[in-house]
Design a protein around this ligand. Structure first.
Ligand SMILES: CC(C)(COP(=O)(O)OP(=O)(O)OC[C@H]1O[C@@H](n2cnc3c(N)ncnc32)[C@H](O)[C@@H]1OP(=O)(O)O)[C@@H](O)C(=O)NCCC(=O)NCCS
Length: 179
């Protein structure tokens, strides 16, 4: 199997078309592109500010600092066929579930949307989460985010009925997946 440019030891998870691995400083431009492609309804602090922040240098610094306290963490998704990072997927701590119930997060470049990458990466993360002993995962999603809601539904997440209303950015829906 083609391993692209990723040394075997660096691969955290592997799927049919993706290698999931820790971020490298050289991935900063892709990560910034993901920011720049975000929907205008996404909260301003999660979009590129009018004065250009986060800059490429800001993101390089985030990657240098790293954040690997939660296995398997948030992983860069490298497409095997091109060796290109096309998004990320992984787990982040959440502030609303029980301890040991992290949140699933994913984001992919627009140019690869609707090819099943988010679902494929998420299944691998789900399996790892289960193997790591987590009992359940959470995900929050804005009501207008049809693609993300569809991915979560395909993965077996169910809406809990908990909603944080937001007329400006869209209501946040809480979803949960037992493992
Ligand atoms: C959400 C996101 C990661 C999905 O990535 P993806 O690789 O395109 O997802 P998949 O191809 O695995 O699945 C997308 C599903 O949504 C469907 N979909 C996508 N856009 C849609 C739309 N506008 N209306 C209806 N369905 C839509 C696709 O048809 C597919 O469902 P299907 O397999 O039943 O056909 C991607 O849109 C993205 O990066 N969005 C911005 C970041 C984001 O919203 N992250 C999640 C925050 S909660």
């Amino acid at each position: 199997m083609d391993q692209g440019s990723v040394p075997r030891l660096e691969i955290v998870l592997e799927t049919e078309r993706l290698l999931l691995r820790p971020w490298r400083v050289s991935d900063a431009a892709t990560r910034r592109k993901l920011w720049s492609e975000r929907d205008p309804r996404v909260l301003p602090h999660r979009r590129i500010s009018p004065d250009g922040h986060p800059t490429l240098e800001d993101i390089e610094e985030w990657i240098r600092r790293g954040d690997r306290d939660l296995s398997p963490g948030l992983l860069a998704a490298e497409q095997k066929s091109s060796g290109e990072v096309i998004g990320y997927c992984g787990l982040i701590p959440n502030g609303y579930g029980q301890e040991g119930e992290p949140e699933l997060a994913f984001e992919f470049l627009r140019k690869v949307w609707r090819q099943g990458f988010a679902t494929e990466a998420s299944w691998a993360v789900l399996e790892r989460a289960q193997a790591s002993g987590y009992r359940c995962l959470w995900a929050t999603v804005r009501d207008w985010n049809t693609a993300s809601r569809r991915v979560l539904a395909k993965l077996g997440f169910v809406e809990t009925g908990q909603v944080v209303p937001d007329e400006v950015h869209g209501d946040s829906l809480f979803t949960r997946r037992k493992l």
